[in-house]
Write a protein that binds this ligand. Structure first.
Ligand code: ZN
Length: 278
């Protein structure tokens, strides 16, 4: 199991350049790049410099975060998404990053699950066709918030199964899985080939529906049954990557290096019981 850092973890005080250097020196295999951090980086450096960094170092880019609110958009919104996807496709091709995370829309109104499925499948099919021209994959990230149109593992899995394309899969985020009571039984039945990205985190002990991103804590120190999730992943044969993704304002105030070090340690401690070193 390879280990990645998602830049949300260091978001406030760090930069892409600093995250790259720290991830390389603390032995991360991958980084998940945030678009705001990339934009900031490109105001100072070029994409060629980023490409050169990944050529010269062990660290590789795993995913671009994210295409947001992809469903239930009007015509102008759909065109905007396509422009963003073209841009991300070019960037991905240049730096050797194959995956874009796609987030379903929030507060869409009173649509039935069938209508949401139909809309999300249609949108993913259109976007995936475009992504394919760049050799990119799309990973749908369901969010465990009551107002997200796709908020459980089962609902998201049903959607990507219906899309039925090799370049469309899922993000499994432990926080989102836990936050709306997704079921382990559903994960047990999943095809590991449909899991493109695995986000590791933990969270405070709030009830379903009340959890928000800022409640995330270091893996192994919160209320999520990570052991059951990791055991299930191992049992179904998923062992590609684990990406630490926290959005905790308290950690954003720390020295960035301390966050990266602590992130690596807590991630290793939690996952190595199920996925010993390669
Ligand atoms: Zn996530």
């Amino acid at each position: 199991m390879k280990i990645a850092l998602n830049q949300a973890t260091t978001m406030k005080r760090s930069s892409l350049r600093q995250d790259l250097e720290l991830c390389e020196s603390y032995g991360f295999d991958f980084i998940e790049i945030r678009r705001d951090k990339l934009r900031e980086y490109l105001s100072e450096f070029s994409l060629d410099e980023l490409q050169a960094f990944f050529r010269q170092n062990r660290l590789k880019p795993f995913a671009l975060n994210a295409l947001e609110f992809v469903t239930f958009r009007d015509r102008a919104g759909r065109q905007q998404l396509e422009r963003e996807l073209h841009e991300l496709g070019q960037i991905g091709q240049t730096i050797g990053c194959r995956t874009i995370i796609a987030v379903p829309s929030f507060d869409v109104g009173e649509y039935s699950k069938t209508q949401i499925k139909q809309e999300t499948v249609g949108v993913l099919q259109r976007l995936a066709e475009l992504a394919e021209t760049y050799g990119m994959r799309l990973a749908l990230e369901f969010c465990g918030y009551p107002n997200c149109s796709v908020n459980t593992f089962a609902q998201a899995y049903e959607i990507v199964t219906a899309v039925n394309r090799e370049n469309v899969g899922l993000v499994l985020d432990c926080f989102h899985f836990h936050a709306m009571n997704s079921r382990l039984e559903d994960l047990q039945q999943a095809d590991p080939g449909k899991l493109f990205v695995f986000h590791l985190d933990d969270c405070e002990d709030l009830p379903a529906g009340a959890l928000r991103d800022h409640h995330r804590v270091w893996p192994g120190t919160g209320a999520i049954d990570l052991d059951s999730i990791l055991r299930t992943l191992r049992d179904i044969g998923y062992d590609e990557m684990t990406s630490l993704e926290l959005f905790r304002p308290e950690y954003w105030e720390w020295e960035v290096e301390q966050v990266v070090r602590m992130g690596k340690e807590t991630t290793e401690r939690v996952i190595r019981r199920y996925f010993p070193n390669e």
